[in-house]
Structures are given as C-alpha cells and as structure tokens.
Design a binder for this molecule. Structure first.
Ligand SMILES: Cc1cc2nc3c(=O)[nH]c(=O)nc-3n(C[C@H](O)[C@H](O)[C@H](O)COP(=O)(O)OP(=O)(O)OC[C@H]3O[C@@H](n4cnc5c(N)ncnc54)[C@H](O)[C@@H]3O)c2cc1C
Length: 567
C-alpha cells in the first residue's frame, strides 16, 4: 500500500511532534511514523529539565541571566566545537519556547511568586533549567501529544522505517514495515523529516530506551547523506549502578554530592569551583579516575548523597528519582546514599544538517538528537537537548513549509521499486533456517563499543575494536532469526536495527580514531590535550561503495573567543 502526505515525519518524540503541529498549522498534510506509540518515545524519560534564560532566579551577586550567558555556557561546554550561529539561535529562542509549551499545557514547577522555577545544572553559570519536578519530558511530551490528537494529525504507530527513497538525487518518501502485519508500506512525500532520536544502544551501559538504535542516522548515511561528529558520545556521571537508569543531574542541581569510598567529596579535587556541577564529561572522567585508582566500591561504583536535602525537598523536587532508587536499587535516598556509575547517555553526533535542518539530500531534513546542527559540539550541557528538540522541531518545520511550496509529488515508480526490494530483503532474512545468533552479535557489539570507545580512549584498543565491529558486520548476513513469521516479528525488527547499529558503530570508531586530540567527551589517553590547530573542525563520515570515508569541515566561530576550558 502506498500512502501520500505532504510531509512524512519519522519519530514521535518531542522533535517529531513539535514539527507535526507546525506543519498542520501551516495547512499542510503531515503524518508521523513511529516504531512505538509516540508517548513511549525516549523524550518521555527526560527528567531534569529544559534550559532558558528566563532570569526568574538570580545568579550569584543578584545578576540576571541572559541568552548571551546561556550561549557562552553552551559554547564553553561544547569545548568550542559547537557552531556559534546555531547556538545563538537556540539560546535566543529558548525563553519563548518554554512559554509556548506552558501555553500549550505543560505544567512547569513554580517558585513561591508563581513564576516558572529554574534550578542549577551542570556547566551552567546561572540557575537556568526549567522543570516539571523530575518528570519534565513526560510532561512536555504529553502536552504535545494531546495537541496533536486535538488536531487529528495521522500517526502510523508501530511502523518501522526501513529505507529512504531517493529519486534523481531527491528524497521522495520512504518505506516502513507495519510491525503488526509484517507488510511493507510505501510513503510518498514532498519532504521527509528525520526525528528518530539517538543511538545510545550501541553501548552496553546506557540510560537510553531500548528503541534508541539510530535508524534515522544509519539510513540517511546509506541514502547518501553525511554524519557529523560521531566520535562525541556523552557519558552521564550518575546512572544507577546495575541497571544504568538515569539519576538526573537535577539531583546535584538541588544540592546532591558525589562521594568516594573514603566518604570524600572527590569533585573538589577535579573542579574546585563548580565541583559536582562541572560539565558531564569532566565529572565522568573524574569518576573513571576514582574507580581506576581504587577509591570506588568493588564492582566500580561511587555514591550520590541526597540525604542532607531533607525529606520534603526530595519528595517535592525529585519524586521520580526516589521511586527509581527504591524500585531498582532498594535504596530510599531520604535515608541512604544512591550507588552510581557513569553510563552512555547522549549522541552529540548525527546527521549533518545546516541551520534550517536540511541534509545534503534535497527533500530530506533532520532535527533533534538524530541530527547534528551543531549546538552541542563535543559535549552537551544538561537541559539543552529538550530545548533543541522543541526549538528546532519548530524551526525545521518552518523551513520545510517554505521549501515544499515549490515541490510537487512525482510518480510512484521509485516508491514501488523500494517496496519490492525491501520485501525481497525481508523474505530472504526470514527464509534462513540455520545460522548465527542475532543477540550474541548485538551483545558483542555493545561490549566492544564500551571497551574501545568509552570515556577513555587509546589508539590500539580503538583499532582492535574497529576490527571486531567489522567482523560482526560480516557475521550479520549469516544470522537466522528462528522465526519466519511476518506478523509481529520482533526478532526481525531487532535484526534491522542491528544492521544500522553496526554501521553507526563503525562511524563512531573511524571518527574517534582519526581525531588525535582530546576535546569534550572524546578523551584520548595518547593525546590528552586539545589541539585547536589541527582539530578545531567537524568530522564528517560518508559511505560510498560500502567504504566509509572521513573528512572534515570548519567550525563556525562567532562572538566567543577560544579559551581553555576550566570549571
Ligand atoms: C533518561 C534520559 C533523561 C534525559 N533527560 C534530559 C533532560 O532532563 N533534559 C534534556 O535537555 N535532555 C534530556 N535527555 C535527552 C533528551 O531527552 C533527548 O535527547 C530528546 O528527548 C530526544 O528527542 P527526539 O525527539 O530527538 O527523539 P526521541 O524522543 O528519542 O524520539 C525518537 C522517535 O523516533 C522514532 N523512531 C526511531 N527509529 C525509528 C524507526 N526506524 N522507524 C520509525 N520510528 C522510529 C521512535 O519511535 C520515537 O518516536 C534525557 C535523555 C535520557 C535518555
């Protein structure tokens, strides 16, 4: 079956839904495709909040926040790799974006005077993070979803994007698997927006939802678009030991502190001024060092202590964190410390796009975590991603609305061909009776990525890990799913995911090996310093004839001069 819509939006997270609303309000027919119900998108799990320089809470010495302060913190946090024009745009748009969400229905936490509350966050010079207790993403995603239902925007729920269709250099639609029936559908569109989120699940210890496997990025790469800055993978300092469920930075924003096994507040030694609220890369590295030097608990964890905040504050501001700690670690933070360790959290890299969200393929756009625009550079500040999703969900939709006015639907031929090809491919995968085990390959990949491309990296280990990833790629065509049914075949979805994940793993690996310096989240023990002469540039990856190629493009500097980054 072929469906026709002016715009196909792939992804039902904050980015996709914000774009869908904008497209509908412009009088266009947009539809959302999502591999899960939109409310199960990873955006729903966001805890700590969204940054905007509302200035509702004064900084040190009674100074008021401004978008310029926000932009400065973001550029410094990025270790100067962010494009300053994109950062400026995002920070200028932030206050109206928070207010816009509130007008749509988001229930922000409040100050005594009734204004929207703001809490301190890592790497931020002012209390700037607006929040809805510790369930901000939940609140915001439900708001956008309700607005979408009200506007009767069509959603293809539990449809899995399988390919982007390119005709004469232009993206004219896509194919997607209806997971329920196993049927391949075609979608013809005047523009396609990728809003598919991050790819954290290529690592074994991740805070990400299991669905965060990055097809938007891998299919865009296969279709001929470029990926940017893939080596920059964020590790969050505080994930619950054992399960790696996130314990929000908001917990430290509210006053929580990190302790080692000697009960020492070790961050004082690494970031004397900002301590537990230094940027994430700085704290994660400090924790790795504490673990490596034997000052952590057996198994490699440290403690996050919230007890001094008192029961009232914990219950009011961090109810979700308390629940998670009790349910998954058997620890009540009112009375006990929470065992934590760093874990993969965010993908700074993604599909290379310009300021309007356009990729190098006409008709194909990307926004949110799957894109790299780039506002986060080498290290994202907490609270800036939720902001990015809603700001650029709206702005990229505006660009699409402008661009499609001159684009007409073409003939259906290329979509039909893509559907037939995908159908043959799926038939072939399901037809293999004997073969390798899919989940063993997936596990080997996540383990390899954590070992080779974790917080601390070094040439030889990275090269060996890349060879392992290449080996796993070769094993993939020999996998047998042991389930040949078309309907509700989750093993088939996992297989298709794994194909893309192995490609993204290789992109991370090649980008990381080529960057012989340390910047933000990319720390090389063999090149421990930042090298602005050789590497103040974005890494690009493209794929031609099955070969990945690394190239570079300049960073857009602006009003902030390069500085050494200290916290
Ligand atoms: C636990 C956690 C807490 C966080 N807390 C914060 C926070 O407090 N503040 C902050 O700023 N950031 C936070 N982040 C980061 C932030 O939440 C995400 O970066 C952001 O929500 C991503 O939104 P998105 O719309 O780009 O993608 P997502 O919300 O991940 O949505 C992706 C969508 O794409 C769809 N999709 C993907 N692949 C396919 C496919 N093949 N076919 C069809 N559909 C597909 C999915 O179904 C989903 O609907 C947090 C992240 C995590 C993991």
């Amino acid at each position: 079956m072929i469906h026709h819509h002016d715009v196909i939006i792939i992804g039902g997270g904050l980015t996709g839904l914000r774009a869908a609303l904008q497209i509908k309000d412009a009088g266009l027919d947009g539809a959302v495709i999502s591999k899960v119900h939109p409310l199960r998108s990873h955006s729903v799990a966001a805890q700590g909040g969204m940054n905007a320089s509302l200035g509702n809470v004064e900084g040190e010495g009674g100074v008021k926040d401004s978008w310029k302060n926000h932009a400065y913190d973001t550029v410094k946090g990025s270790d100067y790799l962010a494009d300053q024009d994109a950062v400026e745009l995002m920070c200028r748009e932030a206050p109206r974006t928070v207010i816009e969400l509130e007008h749509m229905g988001t229930v922000w936490s409040r100050l005594e005077n009734g204004k929207i509350a703001q809490r301190p966050f890592g790497g931020a010079g002012f209390p700037r993070t607006c929040y809805a207790a510790d369930r901000t993403g939940h609140n915001a995603l439900h708001t956008l979803y309700e607005n979408m239902v009200g506007r009767e925007i069509p959603v293809y729920e539990e449809f899995y994007l399988t390919s982007l269709v390119i005709d004469e250099g232009r993206c004219v639609g896509c194919t997607a698997l209806d997971i329920m029936t196993g049927e391949v559908h075609g979608f013809q569109a005047r523009a396609v927006l990728l809003a598919t989120g991050g790819f954290g699940r290529i690592y074994d210890r991740s805070t990400n939802a299991l669905i965060n496997t990055g097809e938007g990025a891998s299919l865009a790469l296969e279709a001929g678009a470029q990926l940017k800055d893939m080596e920059f993978v964020q590790f969050h300092p505080t994930t619950l030991y054992g399960t790696n469920i996130l314990i929000t930075e908001g917990a430290r924003g509210e006053g929580g502190i990190l302790l080692n096994k000697d009960e020492k507040r070790f961050m004082e030694g690494y970031a004397p001024r900002t301590r537990d609220l230094a940027a994430r890369d700085v704290i994660s590295r400090a924790m790795e060092q504490e673990i490596a030097e034997g000052r952590a608990y057996p198994g490699g964890y440290l403690y996050l202590d919230l007890r001094h905040l008192g029961p009232d504050k914990i219950r009011e501001r961090l109810p979700g964190i308390r629940q998670i700690a009790m349910d998954f670690a058997g620890v009540d933070p009112i009375e006990e410390k929470i065992p934590v360790q760093p874990g993969q959290h965010y993908s700074m890299g993604g599909v290379d796009v310009g300021m309007g969200g356009a990729t190098s393929i006409p008709g194909l756009y990307a926004a949110g975590e799957c894109a790299c625009i780039s506002v986060h550079g080498a290290n994202r500040l907490g609270g800036n991603s939720l902001l990015e999703t809603v700001v650029f969900g709206r702005l990229v939709a505006d660009k699409i609305i402008e661009d499609v006015s001159s684009i007409n639907f073409t003939e259906e031929g290329p979509i039909k061909t893509a559907m037939i090809n995908m159908d043959i491919k799926i038939g072939d995968i399901l037809g293999r009776e004997e073969g390798e085990n899919l989940f063993q390959i997936r596990e080997a990949m996540t383990r390899t990525m954590s070992q080779g491309f974790g917080i601390l990296r070094e040439k030889q280990e990275m090269q060996e890990s890349l060879q392992e990833i290449k080996k796993l790629q070769k094993q993939l065509p020999r996998v047998s799913l042991q389930n040949s049914k078309r309907e509700l075949n989750q093993a088939l979805v996992r297989f298709l995911e794994l194909e893309g994940m192995l490609l993204l793993s290789e992109a991370v690996a090649r980008s990381a090996i080529a960057r012989e310096e340390s910047r933000g989240s990319h720390f090389r023990t063999d090149y421990p310093g930042r090298d602005d002469v050789k590497f103040l540039k974005h890494t690009l990856i493209d794929l031609k004839d099955d070969e990945m190629r690394v190239s570079y493009k300049p960073v857009k500097l602006g009003m902030f001069e390069l500085e050494e980054r200290v916290y």
